[in-house]
Write a protein that binds this ligand. Structure first.
Ligand SMILES: Cc1cc2nc3c(=O)[nH]c(=O)nc-3n(C[C@H](O)[C@H](O)[C@H](O)COP(=O)(O)OP(=O)(O)OC[C@H]3O[C@@H](n4cnc5c(N)ncnc54)[C@H](O)[C@@H]3O)c2cc1C
Length: 508
């Protein structure tokens, strides 16, 4: 059978596309996922269903280990290899993430439009952010009430002492209260929206797929690893895939890669689209010379800070360790909300933790291949802090984080974070080196198949996700963001898939 649409990857983007494109009963859709499928809430393993919202052990459960690709990446020349978790399961990383449901800000989309992506105005993005969500707390012009992803916030009465102290300490430094972090003008400290009703991680699999699985025009194949895109000259015709070591071929009129910011560029390069000279050296037959594939790796570098807690942390049943965030603009920065801090109360090891993130980095990295073997992970080089402006803003942020915790309003921890002391904190060179050694990722890898104008040598796809130079092949996932939005990326990837599904339906 030749499908109308073949989607590779059922993550934040792929599941949305499959659901929206199969709304037309005359359109056949094949959704292929490398990981396992769980068709109902009851079938979902606890690791996927509940992580980050533990019973009472306070374990952050950062990644769902059994359903992860287990990638490693290079952060800086000084740091040891860092873990790069990515979901390998129905729902992709939306099934394994931390569920902060936060949107990009208008300035992010202004930049996308300036790059020639004129259908990506903030107003248009807002339309699709609203379409994707049911916000349980806020009903106004900026929120949706009947979308597939359910979002809510912790109320003041539900906050841990650590969240409350953090909130009060941030306020004492002059930061605004942010009642609605998803309001376009929001900045300051407030409750983070989570796509987590009743402690359940509301993935795109639950929100978009579970209710439509009986559609006759939708086929889902799981545990199926796509290792090559097939072409007839410059027209994509399907994919080659592996199920339990057995090779299968699937054909379609339109192929859409939604394999994420690591695997989508990897698949393009394995299939001959990338830097021709480089591909030939690896023994890959080139199809189209597109050196921008895999470049422009964007992310939010994170400095993890950890303090011994001063008081006993005992989370109540189902009380999340993560609740409140601070966003602000660095001194002398033109990038609004370029810093993000999230506080956590971890009862398992009685620590107060903070993730300090640079949410608008100038440095960028790259994804490259080291081999033509599809089963070897690509090289992930984040190249964090290649730009001094990034390092300066992170230094300031780490110092501020330490001041917030040592202020008189924060009584839950004392002294310096583990591994830090006054000699490091007070000296720029020492702190630079500490940051470059300790940095890891906020998990928002994006930009590796950048969208932009056809004549922009740095772009890979046009603003509707069409891959340059070939036909019938699109990419829709985090890889096509021109730059990482100043927010955690799940809500934006879902929004992007909603928009491009409409673009496809209207013939773009
Ligand atoms: C640990 C962690 C915590 C995070 N926390 C947050 C958070 O709190 N808030 C937030 O907004 N964002 C968060 N993120 C980021 C967010 O989840 C991702 O940016 C988003 O899910 C990416 O969506 P995607 O569709 O691009 O890729 P994914 O959702 O990763 O989907 C890609 C899919 O393609 C499949 N696939 C890949 N290669 C192949 C292949 N060759 N054949 C078949 N299938 C393939 C994968 O298995 C996967 O299912 C987090 C991510 C992680 C990993």
């Amino acid at each position: 059978m030749t499908y109308d649409y073949l989607i590779v990857g059922s993550g934040s983007a792929g599941a949305v596309l499959a659901a929206r494109l199969s709304e037309d009963t005359a359109t056949s859709v094949l959704l292929i996922e490398a990981g396992p499928d769980f068709a109902t809430l009851e079938e979902l393993p606890d690791e996927i269903k509940y992580a980050w919202f533990p019973n009472s052990d306070g374990n952050l459960g950062e990644k769902a280990n059994s359903y992860d690709w287990g990638f490693k990446g290079k952060a800086t020349n000084e740091s040891p290899d860092i873990e790069v978790p990515r979901g390998k399961v129905i729902g992709g990383s939306s099934s394994t993430n931390a569920q902060g449901f936060i949107r990009g800000i208008p300035e992010d989309f202004n930049e996308w439009v300036e790059l020639g992506n004129n259908t990506w105005s903030f107003d248009n993005a807002l339309k699709y952010y609203k379409k994707s969500e049911s916000d349980l707390d806020i009903q106004d012009d900026f929120h949706g009430s009947d979308g597939p992803i359910i979002a809510r916030r912790f109320k003041k009465s539900e906050l841990t002492n650590i969240s409350l102290d953090f909130y009060n300490s941030c306020k004492s430094f002059g930061f605004d209260d942010s009642y609605d972090i998803n309001h376009p003008d929001s900045t300051g400290v407030g409750a983070l929206p989570f796509n987590n009703p009743d402690r359940i991680r509301w993935s795109t699999s639950i929100g978009y797929l579970n209710n439509i699985r009986d559609r006759e025009n939708l086929t889902i194949i799981s545990n199926c690893f796509v290792n090559k895109i097939l072409f007839d000259h410059l027209t994509a015709t399907g994919v080659k895939a592996d199920i339990l070591g057995k090779e299968h071929t699937y054909t379609a009129l339109n192929v859409i890669l939604s394999a994420g910011a690591i695997c989508s560029p990897q698949l393009l390069m394995l299939s001959g689209i990338g830097n021709t000279n480089y591909l030939q050296k690896l023994g890959i037959e080139p199809i189209y010379d597109l050196p921008s594939v895999g470049q422009n790796l964007r992310d939010h570098p994170r400095i993890p800070l950890m303090w011994e807690s001063a008081n006993q942390i005992s989370l109540k049943k189902h009380q999340s360790p993560l609740q409140v965030v601070l966003r602000y603009t660095s001194v002398n920065s033109n990038f609004r909300n370029d810093i993000y801090m999230i506080i956590a109360a971890v009862s398992a090891d009685q620590t107060v933790r903070m993730g300090v993130g640079l949410y608008k980095a100038k440095s960028s990295g790259a994804i490259t291949l080291s081999t033509s073997d599809p089963y070897t992970q690509p090289v992930i080089d984040y190249n964090y802090f290649n730009d001094d402006f990034d390092l300066r803003r992170m230094r300031d942020a780490v110092r501020l984080a330490c001041n917030i915790i040592s202020s008189k309003y924060f009584s839950e921890a004392e002294n310096y974070p583990k591994g830090m002391n006054e000699i490091i904190l007070s000296d720029d060179n020492n702190l630079n080196s500490w940051i470059r050694t300790n940095v890891d990722t906020f998990h928002h890898i994006s930009g590796t198949c950048k969208m932009g104008l056809i004549n922009d040598p740095t772009s890979v796809v046009d603003q509707f996700g069409n891959v340059k130079g070939v036909k019938n092949l699109r990419i829709v996932d985090a890889s096509i963001m021109p730059d990482c939005v100043r927010a955690n990326t799940n809500a934006t990837v879902i929004m992007m898939a909603e928009k491009i599904a409409d673009d496809i339906k209207s013939g773009n």
